[in-house]
Unconditional design. Structure first.
Length: 139
C-alpha cells in the first residue's frame, strides 16, 4: 500500500494543470474503485483542504472540500494515519523540512515505505521511497 502526498490529491482537483490533473484523477479513481488501496496522513488531508479551498486557481467550496475529505475518510480503500508526540520528536531531529519529516515519520511508524509525490527531494533523506507519477508530464 502506498501513501499519496498532498500534491497528488491537489492536482486531481486543480484545473491549472490539466496534464497533471488527468494523471492524478486516474490514481484517485483506481483507489476509490477498489483497484488499489492507499494511505494518507491526517496532516496530508489538512494540507489538501487548505490548498484546494485557498491556493489553487479555481478554489473549491467548503461543501465540495468536505465531500472529498469525507469520501476519503469513509472509503474502505483509504487508510488514514495519525501522528503522535513521538512522531514530532523524531521529526524535530530529522534532516528534512519539518512538516515533510512529520509525514515521513508517520508513514514509517505505520510501516508504509512508498509515497507518490511530486516533491521527491523533500523526502530524500527520510528513508521513504518516492515515486513521482508526474515525471513525464509537460507543464
Amino acid at each position: 500500500m502506498n501513501a499519496i502526498d498532498t500534491n497528488i490529491l491537489v492536482y486531481a482537483f486543480d484545473s491549472a494543470y490539466p496534464s497533471k490533473r488527468k494523471i492524478c484523477q486516474e490514481i484517485l479513481s483506481r483507489i476509490f474503485e477498489g483497484k488499489e488501496r492507499a494511505v494518507v496522513t491526517n496532516q496530508i488531508l489538512a494540507e489538501f483542504a487548505v490548498t484546494v479551498m485557498e491556493k489553487i486557481e479555481k478554489p473549491l467550496s467548503q461543501p465540495e472540500t468536505t465531500a472529498i475529505v469525507g469520501a476519503i475518510l469513509t472509503s474502505a480503500n483509504w487508510k488514514i494515519l495519525n501522528y503522535t508526540g513521538s512522531t514530532i520528536l523524531h521529526a524535530i531531529t530529522s534532516q528534512q523540512p519539518f512538516w515533510d519529516a512529520v509525514i515521513a515519520q508517520t508513514l514509517k511508524e505505520h510501516n508504509i515505505n512508498v509515497i507518490l509525490t511530486e516533491n521527491t527531494k523533500d523526502f530524500a533523506k527520510s528513508g521513504i521511497t518516492t515515486v513521482n507519477p508526474l515525471t513525464e508530464v509537460k507543464t
